[in-house]
Ligand binder design. Structure first.
Ligand SMILES: Cc1cc2nc3c(=O)[nH]c(=O)nc-3n(C[C@H](O)[C@H](O)[C@H](O)COP(=O)(O)OP(=O)(O)OC[C@H]3O[C@@H](n4cnc5c(N)ncnc54)[C@H](O)[C@@H]3O)c2cc1C
Length: 288
C-alpha cells in the first residue's frame, strides 16, 4: 500500500514469521492451505515490481524517536532515518515443555482452534493448559469435537463453576504430569503421563501464553493492554506520535488476514499523515 502511494519504504525483516512451524495457513480466503513459506515467497515476489519498496534482511536492534521521525539501527550496523515507523514485529509463543512437542508442533499440535480445529473435527483432542485458560480452551474445542480431554499437567486450579461447566460439556480432566508425546512421523498418537495409562489423542491444542517478539514497542514508549499487546487506536496508531503497530503485536485478533488488513489500514494512515505534513508545508511556503 505504501509502495503504491509512492512512499519510499524500507522493509526490515529477519523472516522468522510466527507460523513458520505450520504446514498450511488456514482461514485466508483465496489462499487457504498455502504453506507459510510459500505465502512469504509470493508476498516478496509481488513486492518486487514496486521500486519504491526496498527489502532488507537485517534485524532492527534499536529505534529512537527524533524531532522529525525515527533513527533506526540495524544488526549489520546500518543506520536509517524514517519519518514514520510501522512495527509488525509479532509475538513469541511460550511452548509447553513436553518431550516430543517440537516434532508435532504445527502439524498435530496447535495453539489456535480457529486456525487448525477444522482438520481435527470429530477426532479425539487434548486441550493443554492450567486454570481458566486451559478450561476455556477445552470448552472452545467442543465446537470441533465432542471427545475433549483437558490435561492440566499439574493441579488444574479450577473454580467450582468452571468444573461444573466442564462436567456439563462432558470434558474429562487429567491432572497428572504429561511426560511426553508419542506418534508416527508428525502425527500425534498418544500422551504419556507420570502415573496412569497413556491416552490416545489425534491432536493437542495448548494455551501457554505469549509475549512480544521485540523490545522495540516498549523501548519506544508504547502503552500495552493487560494481555501484553500494544494498545493501538484508530488505524493502528499508538500513543507515540508517528509510530504505528500492526499484526499480532497489536491488540486485535491474531490471524494472517487480520495482520494484512491492519497493515493496509496503517499504510493508509501513514500516507495521509505524510500528505497532511506536505500540504501544511506547502501552505506555509506559499504564505512566505
Ligand atoms: C503454528 C502456528 C500456526 C498458525 N496458523 C495460522 C493459520 O492457519 N491462519 C491464520 O490466520 N493465522 C495463523 N497463525 C497466526 C499467524 O501466524 C499470525 O497471526 C501472523 O503470522 C501475524 O503476522 P505478523 O506479521 O503480525 O507477525 P509474524 O508473522 O510473527 O512476523 C513478524 C516478523 O517480524 C520479524 N521481526 C521481528 N522483530 C524484528 C526486528 N527487530 N527486526 C527485523 N525483523 C523483525 C520476524 O522475523 C517476522 O518475520 C498461526 C500461528 C502459529 C504459531
Amino acid at each position: 500500500m505504501l509502495g503504491r502511494c509512492r512512499r519510499r519504504v524500507i522493509l526490515c525483516d529477519t523472516g522468522l514469521s510466527r507460523n513458520r512451524w505450520s504446514h498450511a495457513v488456514h482461514g485466508l480466503l483465496t489462499r487457504d492451505g498455502t504453506p507459510p513459506a510459500e505465502l512469504l515467497r509470493l508476498a516478496r515476489e509481488q513486492l518486487s515490481p514496486y521500486d519504491t519498496v526496498e527489502l532488507v534482511g537485517a534485524e532492527v536492534v534499536d529505534a529512537l524517536r527524533t524531532a522529525d521521525g525515527f533513527e533506526i539501527r540495524c544488526s549489520d550496523g546500518t543506520a536509517l532515518h524514517s519519518r514514520k515507523l510501522l512495527l509488525a514485529t509479532g509475538v513469541i509463543d511460550d511452548l509447553p515443555a513436553i518431550d516430543g512437542l517440537e516434532r508435532f508442533y504445527g502439524r498435530s499440535v496447535h495453539h489456535c482452534p480457529y486456525c487448525d480445529g477444522w482438520e481435527w473435527r470429530d477426532q479425539p483432542i487434548a486441550a493443554y493448559g492450567r486454570g481458566e485458560a486451559g478450561a476455556g480452551l477445552a470448552l472452545g474445542l467442543t465446537v470441533w469435537s465432542r471427545d475433549i480431554l483437558l490435561c492440566s499437567d499439574g493441579p488444574a486450579a479450577l473454580s467450582p463453576r468452571m468444573q461444573d461447566r466442564l462436567d456439563a460439556a462432558e470434558i474429562r480432566l487429567r491432572e497428572e504430569r504429561v511426560l511426553r508425546m508419542e506418534g508416527t512421523g508428525d502425527q500425534l498418537e498418544r500422551l504419556v503421563f507420570d502415573t496412569g495409562a497413556p491416552v490416545a489423542r489425534s491432536a493437542l491444542f495448548f494455551a501457554s501464553g505469549q509475549r512480544q517478539a521485540s523490545e522495540l514497542p516498549a523501548r519506544l514508549g508504547c502503552k500495552f493492554t493487560e494481555t501484553g499487546a500494544v494498545n493501538t487506536a484508530k488505524c493502528e496508531s499508538t500513543n507515540v506520535p508517528g509510530l504505528y503497530v500492526c499484526g499480532d503485536a497489536s491488540r486485535e485478533a491474531q490471524f494472517v488476514v487480520v495482520a494484512a488488513a491492519e497493515g493496509a489500514d496503517a499504510a493508509m494512515a501513514v500516507n495521509k499523515a505524510l500528505l497532511e505534513e506536505q500540504l501544511a508545508a506547502n501552505t506555509l511556503a506559499s504564505r512566505r
